[in-house]
Design a protein around this ligand. Structure first.
Ligand code: PNS
Length: 160
């Protein structure tokens, strides 16, 4: 059984994440979505909300498990018997950070590999932080996130 892990903050999950999730789910028997619980960050959505949203938006995919983790990704990946970490790459600017993380994870994680999926071009500009910025100023986030996230964002930021 081949298990992969797609880790992230998913605060919030965007259409770009969803694109990677759908494509990565075809590469593994099981794909774990590892939601980082970082006590030092101040998220918009609590971990429980992010998990509920991810479960909702992936309910049509039958090999997805949504879990949260704290601490080192590779430790969690090993606990879950994952062979491979999946990350999305939008542009060369992502590559710099991602290659560092992949190399460190390879050194401390033993034989866990990282693979990169190139983000579909229509999402190449998209990030959770830009969605949050649009939301902060009550802009239309519907082109960027699934409808359930749009609804939750509007509730959080208090606009219609
Ligand atoms: O897509 P994101 O939100 O930037 O995700 C980053 C994430 C969660 C993959 C990364 O921060 C992570 O793995 N954090 C856990 C701590 C860790 O293992 N860091 C890698 C060693 S440098």
């Amino acid at each position: 059984m081949r298990t992969g892990i797609y880790p992230g903050s998913f605060d919030p999950v965007t259409n770009g994440h969803l694109d990677i999730i759908k494509r990565a789910s075809k590469l593994f028997d099981k794909l774990i979505l590892g939601v980082l619980h970082n006590p030092y960050k101040n998220p918009i959505f609590e971990v429980e909300e992010r998990i509920a949203i991810l479960k909702e938006v992936t309910k049509d995919l039958d090999n997805i498990e949504v879990l949260t983790f704290e601490g080192l990704l590779v430790n969690f990946a090993k606990e879950q018997n994952c062979t491979t970490i999946v990350r999305g790459l939008r542009a060369i600017t992502d590559f710099e950070e991602e290659i560092k993380m992949a190399q460190i994870n390879r050194i401390i994680g033993g034989d866990i590999d990282t693979i990169f999926l190139t983000t579909s071009v229509e999402y190449s500009y998209l990030s959770s932080s830009t969605v949050k910025e649009v939301a902060l100023f009550h802009g239309d986030v519907s082109p960027f996130v699934p409808p359930i996230v749009e609804q939750k964002i509007k509730e959080k930021y208090g606009y219609k």
